[in-house]
Design a protein around this ligand. Structure first.
Ligand code: IVH
Length: 689
């Protein structure tokens, strides 16, 4: 049915509504952290608005959600004079509770309050560790973003500021005629890690820490580069204000008003009277520091009453009414004692820095990953260097830089291959690095001792051979005692040997033997996945099993044949082929088969599968089938099982206590099956009406 043109709102009206709606979704997503609609729906609305604006360019407006990234690279930034100077605050260096008490005492003295006078009212906030920024909103529309610069004159970074996703391009509700909001631009830790991870995977330079990341991004001359960097903004103050009749008269009132306008304001705030409030806040935030989404370097105390702030005023270009109370640093320097190379489950070789122990970010750090050779070289860390170690949040410690002037003379640059003389430090196999790859790897596969434990754990894991009870501790014991040297050894394990292991009861030994023997009967897909071939995940293993039908056909396949499998490209094909080309890997496979691993072989690929082309979603508890069983049966019949309901879903299988997926299915009018109906469908492919 085509829409009735007479009832369609005019493009201008539709664009206005779309903008309003998208703004509301942006605010919910980026500021409140509570998305209102699925990403796909958002994208559809966004595209609709983009289309409208493209067709009718006069509808385009600077505050449209589509206009975050626009404009071209600048030759340089223009200067911006701050009408109200952007000052810094005095830092209380005593990191104990005394710091807060001293601030209160100073203020009371200055105000001439004796001990009987009532306590002062305060607001306590986070001290964000980013970059100060000033945002000008004219009648609620963002018109200028400027850095602090020297406090008097900053740089016009409007183009870049517009790309900050949690920052409103237009304020909600009744906005003042002119409002200059001040706050901090920062990079959340998760965004920082994700960004670096992506850069590393591409062999590109990483950011040193979130603060440098934020500062560097805001000062990018090309706004498209800035848009790639995931920044956030938090408001904590203001500059010039004009035409705001209902302006609050307290610090906390101002921040609450900002939040109502849709500006991001951190939740972690407190207001009340007396210095005890400050001491409690300092302690509370110290405890929460690691779980905050971004770095802070302390807290800030402010006199809550704006009248009193004015009375106290400034001294030495610092407000008398505010103070920063710091926490211990998250970056410290120490000495790099050695660079060792570790071998991971997949054979990945990771250089690790051994450090002289240093207390940083609340723990003693003795080593830090260097990720890969390129990264180690880019940072140019050398044995004997004084390095800067950073540990923030629960994140693993990192070396962020070298103190160049303290380098001992003659320290050689790091060279992984030379240091290892081309051999895996664990099994002596040749190390290799695929073209375009960042990591060196050991080619030893199932044969390498470092990979043995992980290979075994992976082999036994739920989606692989599913051997219950064969977990990390036991695998350690089995490998360390020499009971298991190679995968097939597990099938030779007997109760008495197991029962003799420390902390192993007779009953659990018996259970384990039963679980191991029980796993012998499996599927080809599980077996292929269990081998732990690089690039072969669960889905690829299933595709391979379905495509080739038998193990022999898979073993015989050359790279072009492998590439005929859906989703298998040259890299995956090469990896599979190389794996099966290693004599010791083939030997292990033969030994596993000899030990009794078996499955039903389907000679012909399942093209006639009754559920081919159908998509399923499971929700709730089925009366007899477990979730995994149901999934396997559907997949064995050619169906696909996915985690979320969309228009592409053919059936939702619902059991007891179904979740929101059932509601979603009803909403989209998707057929719902119970277990009986599913079993019938599996049996004969009959579609319910
Ligand atoms: S108020 C006139 N509040 O710390 C007072 N500053 O040295 C202006 N900062 O560069 C500052 N969190 O970027 C204030 N909650 C907060 C803050 C904060 C971080 C930064 C600010 C400034 C520096 C002050």
């Amino acid at each position: 049915m085509s829409p009735d043109p007479a009832r369609q709102p005019a493009p201008a009206e539709r664009a206005r509504r779309l903008r309003e709606e998208l703004r509301r979704y942006d605010h919910a997503y980026y500021v409140l952290d509570a998305p209102l609609i699925p990403d796909a729906d958002y994208d559809a609305l966004f595209r609709e608005l983009q289309d409208l604006e493209q067709r009718w360019p006069e509808l385009r407006s600077a505050d449209s959600p589509t206009q975050r990234v626009g404009g071209s690279a600048l030759p340089e930034f223009a200067s911006v004079r701050h009408e109200v100077p952007m000052l810094s605050i005095r830092t209380e260096t005593d990191t104990t509770a005394q710091g807060a008490l001293a601030f209160d005492r100073r203020l009371r003295n200055r105000l001439g309050l004796d001990d009987d006078a009532p306590p002062l009212a305060y607001e306590a906030e986070l001290k964000f560790d980013g970059l100060a920024i000033s945002l000008h909103y004219e009648h609620g529309v963002l018109v200028l973003g400027a850095t602090r610069g020297d406090g008097q004159t900053g740089e016009d970074v409007t183009q870049n500021v517009r790309t900050i996703r949690n920052l409103p391009l237009r304020l909600q509700g009744e906005a003042p005629a002119w409002l200059e909001v001040r706050g901090e631009v920062l990079m959340k830790r998760a965004d920082f890690l994700r960004y670096n991870e992506r850069q590393r995977a591409r062999g590109l330079p990483t950011l040193v820490n979130p603060r440098n990341g934020a500062a560097g991004s805001i000062r990018q001359l090309d706004p498209r580069v800035a848009a790639q960097r995931p920044l956030s903004f938090y408001a904590y103050g203001w500059g010039e204000i004009r035409g705001w009749p209902a302006q609050p008269d307290t610090q906390h009132g101002m921040l609450e008003a900002f939040a109502r306008m849709g500006l991001p304001v951190a939740e972690q705030r407190a207001h009340g009277s007396g210095p005890e409030l400050l001491v409690r806040f300092h302690e509370r935030i110290l405890g929460e520091r690691d779980s905050l989404p971004f770095d802070i370097d302390g807290v800030v105390y402010k006199v809550d009453s704006l009248a009193l702030q004015r009375e106290l005023g400034f001294r030495n270009r610092e407000p008398v009414w505010a103070v920063a109370h710091k926490y211990p640093a998250q970056e410290r320097s120490t000495r790099l004692l050695a660079i060792e190379v570790q071998v991971g489950r997949t054979g990945k070789l990771t250089p690790v820095a051994r450090l002289e122990p240093v207390f940083v970010g609340g723990v003693t750090v003795t080593n830090a990953t260097l990720h890969n050779e390129d990264e180690a070289r880019r940072k140019d860390v050398r044995v004997g260097d004084t390095v800067i170690v950073r540990r923030a949040g629960d994140v693993i410690p990192e070396i962020v830089g070298v103190v160049a002037e303290r380098r001992p003379p003659g320290a050689p640059a790091f060279d992984l291959q030379a240091q290892l003389q081309g051999r895996c430090p664990v099994c002596g196999s040749q190390i290799e690095r695929e073209p375009g790859e960042v990591d060196w790897r050991c080619s030893g596969g199932l044969y390498c001792g470092a990979q043995r434990k992980q290979a075994l754990l992976h082999y036994a894991s739920r989606l692989a051979m599913d051997i219950e009870g064969l977990g990390e501790k036991l695998v350690d014991q089995l490998v360390d005692t020499g009971l298991v040297r190679s995968l097939p050894d597990i099938y030779a394990l007997r109760e008495p040997q197991l029962a003799a292991l420390p902390r192993m009861a007779d009953k659990s030994a018996a259970n384990l033997v039963r679980a191991i023997q029980g796993s012998l009967h499996t599927t080809l897909a599980r077996f292929v996945y269990a081998l732990g071939i690089r690039h072969v995940g669960e889905a690829t293993a299933k595709d391979l099993a379905r495509h080739f039908g038998t193990l022999q056909a898979l073993l015989d396949a050359d790279e072009p044949r492998l590439q005929q499998v859906s989703d298998v490209g040259p890299v995956v094909a090469r990896s599979i082929h190389t794996f099966f080309a290693q004599p010791h890997n083939r030997e292990v496979v033969q030994q596993l088969l000899a030990a009794g691993v078996r499955w039903q072989e389907t000679a012909a690929p399942a093209a006639s599968a009754p559920l081919a082309g159908l998509g399923f979603v499971l929700t709730g508890t089925l009366p007899t089938l477990g979730r995994e069983q149901a999934r396997e049966r559907i997949e064995a019949a050619g169906g696909k099982v996915s985690g979320s309901v969309s228009r592409k879903t053919s059936y939702v299988v619902a059991g007891a206590e179904p979740g929101s997926k059932l509601d979603k299915a009803r909403e989209l009018g998707i057929a719902i099956l119970d277990e009986d109906a599913l079993l019938r469908l599996l049996q004969d492919g009959a579609r319910p009406d």
